[in-house]
Design a protein around this ligand. Structure first.
Ligand SMILES: Nc1ncnc2c1ncn2[C@@H]1O[C@H](COP(=O)(O)OP(=O)(O)OP(=O)(O)O)[C@@H](O)[C@H]1O
Ligand SMILES: [Mg+2]
Length: 342
């Protein structure tokens, strides 16, 4: 089907992509890094750019922009989206075969048509975790040395990438953070939001892009936004982006503790859960994408903390009080016994 000007009619997907691209702000460092690799004459300064960060931080949005930049530069862009893809080599190769020629004998993988440099964009890599070794040792080595792969996922690269000295110089790792205050304001200007509300919205969301987008939407629909409290529909909308599933009651308690306490360590968890062995829940907590390792324990990203805290207060205030009191007891006891910086 063609449009009035004879070009293929745009799909709704094209319109949405264009809309998102117009709203895009910031990420100058990541884009600069990618452009430098794309502009390199022969071997790029890195072969794999691994971008990681919690849900809603802007990984997919960034990949979309990088894909457009690569296509404008004449590269062949191949995409793999871990969402809904069966994590098996066969299904990944099947997706790649739409754009690339894949010899059956493990030979080099190239663009099907002579389409310049190959750029491979892999999104939702956390969903492809079972294939991590296969990507590193089997798939990527089959790409041309000039190819650039961008992997975006919720987690850092696994230790195997770091432990392999051959990957050392070929891998670049970027932790995607909240938008800066300037970029957050630019986002709100582009969204056409009343400037009198900008400071409040940036403060409430800390510049978390999905938080900004959802809160902008809430305000645009005419809701009043308190300067200190996240609207509950925003909390509800954000929760699934931070936590997919919580295995059981113990894990939920651990999550709640992490939201309430400044920093969470195993001793605190033992006290709150009333158990001697909490290693399994601590390890689970540590591996959540929005939880950061600090010298004295684990702490959630700023917006995730506020969202979990608001969710708990609203859903189960008795549980909130229990976790709060146990955490306070533990902190007060620590204050009495610790000395110096601790
Ligand atoms: N740089 C940006 N400029 C403007 N808006 C952005 C930017 N990054 C993200 N957003 C907004 O935030 C929303 C969430 O971003 P995105 O889907 O890219 O997050 P994600 O990191 O891929 O999350 P997930 O891990 O859940 O897939 C986007 O739909 C968009 O509205
Ligand atoms: Mg995404």
């Amino acid at each position: 089907m063609t449009g009035v000007d004879g070009r293929p009619a745009a799909t709704l997907g094209d319109v949405l992509t264009e809309h998102r691209r117009r709203r895009f702000v910031g990420r100058a460092t990541e884009i600069g890094l990618f452009r430098a690799a794309l502009d390199s004459a022969v071997a790029p300064p890195f072969s794999v750019l691994h971008v990681y960060g919690p849900g809603g931080i802007g990984k997919t949005s960034l990949l979309e922009v990088l894909g457009a930049i690569a296509a404008d530069a004449g590269a062949t862009v191949a995409r793999i989206d871990g969402h809904g893809l069966d994590p098996s080599p066969a299904s990944v190769l099947e997706v790649l075969a739409e754009t690339l020629a894949i010899p059956a004998d493990d030979g080099p993988i190239c663009p099907s048509e002579d389409g310049g440099r190959l750029v491979l964009l892999v999104d939702a890599y956390e969903q492809l975790a079972p294939l991590d070794d296969w990507f590193r040792t089997r798939l990527l080595p089959r790409l041309h040395a000039s190819a650039i792969t961008v992997i975006a996922g919720r987690d850092q690269p696994t230790r195997a990438w770091m432990a392999d000295p051959a990957w050392g110089g070929l891998l670049r790792v970027v932790s995607l953070r909240n938008l800066s205050p300037d970029d957050s304001h630019a986002f709100l200007r582009k969204a056409g939001l009343d400037p009198a509300l900008h400071d409040r919205i940036v403060r409430l969301t800390y510049g978390h892009p999905l938080g900004l987008a959802l809160l902008t939407d809430v305000v645009a629909r005419g809701a009043e936004v308190d300067s200190h409290v996240l609207p509950l529909d925003l909390v509800e909308a954000l929760i699934p982006h931070f936590v997919d599933t919580v295995p059981d009651h113990r894990h939920r308690r651990a999550l709640e503790t992490c939201a309430v306490a400044r920093c969470t360590n195993e001793a605190l968890l033992r006290h709150v859960l009333g158990e001697n062995d909490v290693r399994d829940v601590f390890t689970w907590l540590r591996e959540l994408s929005f939880v950061e390792l600090r010298p004295d324990g684990l702490a959630p990203h700023d917006l995730a903390r506020d969202v979990l805290d608001a969710d708990l207060r609203w859903r189960d205030f008795d549980s909130y009080k229990h976790v709060f009191h146990r955490t306070r007891e533990h902190s007060l006891a620590a204050l009495r016994t610790n000395a110096g910086r601790a």
